[in-house]
Design a protein around this ligand. Structure first.
Ligand SMILES: Nc1ncnc2c1ncn2[C@@H]1O[C@H](COP(=O)(O)OP(=O)(O)O)[C@@H](O)[C@H]1O
Ligand SMILES: [Mg+2]
Length: 169
């Protein structure tokens, strides 16, 4: 209660702010996914950790592929389900940017994720020397350093997906 009052007075209001703030809510089809990608990156490019959550076939890999195309990623973008970690590079203003595309689907828990080298990717992202796109983050959510973005993708119908992005801090 004391903490709640402290937070409320800090914000100069009577309400404690929500811990998870929705910062983007949108829907798109494959026909306009590139427009969605451009808005997404325009708004969120300063963040380093993107946790893509959604059932199998929701469109996590598809959105990441289009995002990588937009970033002009030089490497062949594939699903990292078998490699677990895909490393990509893209260049902006002459600077080399390191991007990890991770898929935690086949991991059992946090211990397995650490064993597979995921913690190192998270540390680099926390330091600001890499960006991480994580599929199936619910397998080891404790590994995600805050602040991170929780990007939830839901199937609206066969062709349309709804995306909600929350800032977790
Ligand atoms: N609006 C949409 N956005 C993304 N994928 C879509 C959309 N509409 C249909 N799809 C189809 O849904 C499937 C999504 O698969 P994928 O991206 O591999 O899912 P996930 O990585 O979440 O398991 C693809 O076959 C894609 O063509
Ligand atoms: Mg996938």
């Amino acid at each position: 209660m004391a903490a709640l009052r402290l937070v409320s007075s800090y914000y100069g209001c009577n309400f404690a702010p929500a811990m998870d703030e929705i910062i983007l809510h949108t829907s798109y089809t494959l026909a306009d996914i590139d427009k969605a990608v451009v808005s997404f990156w325009e708004k969120l490019h300063t963040y380093r950790i993107f946790a893509f959550s959604g059932e199998l076939g929701a469109g996590k890999t598809t959105f990441i592929h289009h995002l990588c195309d937009h970033l002009k990623v030089e490497d062949a973008v594939s699903s990292p389900t078998f490699a677990l970690i895909n490393e990509y590079h893209f260049y902006k203003h002459g600077k080399d940017n390191l991007l990890y595309h991770l898929d935690w689907y086949r991991l059992k828990d946090t211990a397995e994720a650490i064993h597979a080298g995921m913690e190192d990717c998270m540390l680099q992202a926390a330091k600001g020397t890499a960006i991480c796109f994580v599929e199936w983050p619910e397998k080891a959510p404790e590994l995600l350093p805050k602040p991170y973005l929780w990007v939830s993708i839901e199937t609206t119908d066969e062709t349309r997906r709804t995306m909600t992005v929350k800032l977790v801090r």
